[in-house]
Design a protein around this ligand. Structure first.
Ligand SMILES: [Mn+2]
Length: 322
């Protein structure tokens, strides 16, 4: 992959849909490194862009598509479990390109010409850090900030099970290189708009609990967005509030996208595999955190997913561990 990067002067970096801290941090860090070698780099992220990350160094360079006439022969993906998460745009934009797929989702569809998959990485940000080392790029304070943000957010603020000694060592190195942990935590976790909390209050009010407190769910409707003056992207963190209930195994958020489309987010702290549950509905993700898009109206999606979740919890026979 190092050689490919050397040989190409025009490189397209593609982030995934519903861009998170990992895909953004990796894309912006890698773009900065490549630009420091005089390369032309486009960072393409499918809209809508998450405004909560607009403070990331280099965020302003993100575009919806490369300029007309651009014909990059190398396309890099970071943190994209499959091609669908980036839309079909890449095929049209870079039909001749070699696609490099750098990811840590165990369910990765291996869509690249070159696939670099490390399921044991807590964040793709760690893989990018090592790649930049390997290729001899300087880790500047702004690159460190982007990669630290990737690691912070993918470990849920260093609280998830994937908070390994390695993750903490890498975070310490990035802090030494100029990432400011206090500042970044403030930007990520203490900069929420009022509308986000209003939406959270409306959604949490719909919470229901079943299976002796092992299953909790809540929903976000389009009407709630209207009431709170919020957009759906602001519902991102509500699942973590659900997931903080004592004794819980599985938390599910249902999001009404339109009359025929419902998105789910699933978190598991017990023996239930969140990715397997979401795979039943065409989605995927990690053992502890996964999601899916279901072509059903909200109420039907709730019925179908709760049935599957209850079966999964019964089958697991688990008691929660943390
Ligand atoms: Mn990730």
């Amino acid at each position: 992959m190092g050689e490919l990067v050397e040989q190409n002067d025009e490189i397209l970096i593609f982030g995934h849909k519903d861009a998170d801290g990992d895909t953004l941090g990796c894309s912006l860090a890698f773009a900065e490194a490549l630009k420091s070698r005089g390369k032309t780099v486009w960072v393409v992220i499918p809209p809508p862009l998450p405004v909560m990350y607009e403070w990331l160094p280099g965020f302003e360079q993100i575009v919806e598509r490369p300029p007309p006439g651009a014909d990059p022969r190398l396309v890099l993906f970071f943190d994209a479990g499959n091609m669908e998460r980036s839309g079909n745009a890449v095929k049209l934009i870079a039909s001749q390109a070699t696609i490099v797929n750098v990811d840590h989702h165990p369910s990765n569809s291996l869509f690249g010409d070159i696939n670099v998959i490390e399921p044991e990485a807590s964040a793709v940000g760690q893989m990018v850090m090592r790649m930049l080392d390997l290729f001899g790029y300087d880790l500047t304070p702004t690159i460190a900030t982007n990669l630290y943000t990737a690691l912070l957010t993918d470990t849920g603020g260093f609280r998830h099970e994937n908070t390994t000694p390695k993750a903490l060592e890498d975070a310490a190195r990035l802090a030494r290189l100029g990432a400011d942990p206090g500042y970044i935590a403030t930007m990520v976790y203490k900069s929420r708009p009022l509308t986000t909390l209003k939406l959270s209050a409306l959604a949490i009010a719909t919470m229901q609990v079943d299976m002796d407190g092992r299953l909790a769910w809540a929903k976000v409707t389009r009407y709630m967005l209207h009431e709170a003056g919020a957009v759906m992207a602001e519902s991102e963190g509500i699942i973590d509030t659900l997931n903080s209930i004592a004794g819980l195994d599985t938390a599910i958020m249902f999001k009404e996208i339109n009359d025929r489309l419902t998105k789910i987010s699933v978190r598991s702290r017990g023996a239930v595999d969140a990715a397997a549950l979401c795979a039943e509905f065409g989605g995927g993700g990690h053992l502890r955190a996964a999601g899916a898009e279901i072509q059903l109206p909200l109420d039907e999606a709730i019925r179908a997913v709760l049935k599957a979740a209850k079966e999964a919890i019964s089958a697991s026979g688990s008691t929660q561990r943390r």
